[in-house]
Design a protein around this ligand. Structure first.
Ligand SMILES: Cc1ncc(COP(=O)(O)O)c(C=O)c1O
Length: 343
């Protein structure tokens, strides 16, 4: 149930307020704004919602990963471990830093297998990115314990799991940085957009500077420093209209998750009657944002037959093993080392 399905008066009102001020840029223009700082408000509301100290809005979930990696100082030749079942954006961001993605197996949670993570750590490992795929928890407590033991920072890719928890704590708030996507099909959406959350003031400051060409926003949160730059940055700034829509959507997130839980329960009961069906392991049902409902059948012929029945009734399922965007054996552009240059 993507957030666009509940667009209503709240989103319209928010967008009209931005258009009324005429200020689309998230910084400066204090005199024209009529007191409205939509991206800043969205950041503060998102940090409060997730129980973290700082949030940095960016242009996408992919940008959020890139900004998080940059803030952790990840660069050429570093190894970053993630899982072999994720959206391509996770390893695209790693490669974009000049770093090397290393993939772990997933376990029955369909997220990072901590036992395999231990095997993949080398002296060159500089970060670990578990992904909370399809709205539900990776074994983040075990992953954090391993990462802490080795002194390696964790970025939680929470693009698909806004509103989800583990044992009462928001996903994205366990690691050094948690990243989110608000693209057009996500649980809450700003059309395109993303967020990084952290409890570390220094990391927030680096993300804030990096995402805006290195500008320092600390002395003047509504403005842009001009005091000199600590390092080379880039432009991943969110627009005021996106911040405004995000504020309205965030107010609906818990309601969306509650509706998803009801829908998932309905599907779970219906599918339970299939012989030999098995379900993904969910570590904490209360905290599952229930964005997806996933089940396993004994072989691909049975999976295809069941999917055909679903398709015939207008509810076709994704067969992850065949999907080109999420599953390691199907990432031919990566496996063949094809970049836009030096092909
Ligand atoms: C796990 C995961 N990470 C990152 C992203 C990237 O988000 P965006 O589309 O906002 O760039 C996605 C998007 O689907 C995703 O599923």
């Amino acid at each position: 149930m993507p957030g666009f399905e509940v667009f209503g008066a709240e989103e319209k009102q928010q967008v009209l307020e931005v258009l009324d001020s005429g200020v689309l840029f998230r910084y400066e223009f204090a005199a024209q704004r009529k007191g409205r700082w939509k991206v800043l408000e969205f950041e503060r509301a998102f940090a409060d919602y997730t129980g973290t100290a700082y949030a940095q809005a960016v242009t996408s979930g992919t940008a959020a990963l890139k900004v998080a990696l940059a803030a952790l100082g990840i660069g050429a030749g570093d190894e970053v471990i993630t899982q072999g079942f994720t959206f391509v954006a996770t390893w695209e961001a790693i490669l974009d830093c000049g770093a090397i993605p290393v993939f772990t197996e997933v376990d029955l949670t369909l997220n990072m297998d901590p036992a395999d993570l231990e095997k993949k750590i080398t002296p060159r490992t500089r970060a670990i990115i578990p992904v909370h795929m399809m709205g539900a928890q990776a074994r983040i407590e075990e992953i954090m314990a391993i990462a802490n033991q080795h002194g390696i920072p964790v970025i939680e890719d929470t693009a698909q799991a806004a509103g989800a928890h583990l044992h009462g704590r928001h996903l994205g708030s366990f690691g050094a940085i948690g990243t989110f996507s608000f693209d057009s099909v996500k649980t809450i959406t700003t059309g395109e957009g993303g967020m990084c959350i952290t409890n570390d003031q220094r990391l927030w400051q680096r993300m804030s500077e990096y995402h805006d060409h290195g500008h320092d926003h600390v002395p003047n949160p509504g403005g842009r420093g001009g005091e000199g730059r600590s390092f080379i940055g880039f432009n991943y700034r969110m627009m005021e209209i996106q911040g405004a829509i995000g504020l309205a959507q965030l107010g609906k997130l818990d309601g969306i998750v509650a509706a998803q839980k009801r829908n998932k329960q309905f599907f779970q009961e219906a599918v339970s009657v299939l012989p030999e069906v098995e379900f993904r392991e969910i570590l904490d049902r209360d905290g599952d944002s229930s964005t997806f409902f996933t089940f396993f059948l004994p072989d691909k012929e049975r999976a295809a037959a069941v999917n055909q029945v679903l398709l015939d009734h207008g509810a076709g399922a994704i067969r992850w093993s065949e999907n080109g965007w999420y599953y390691y054996p199907n990432w031919e552009q990566l496996l063949q080392g094809k970049s836009y240059c030096h092909n």
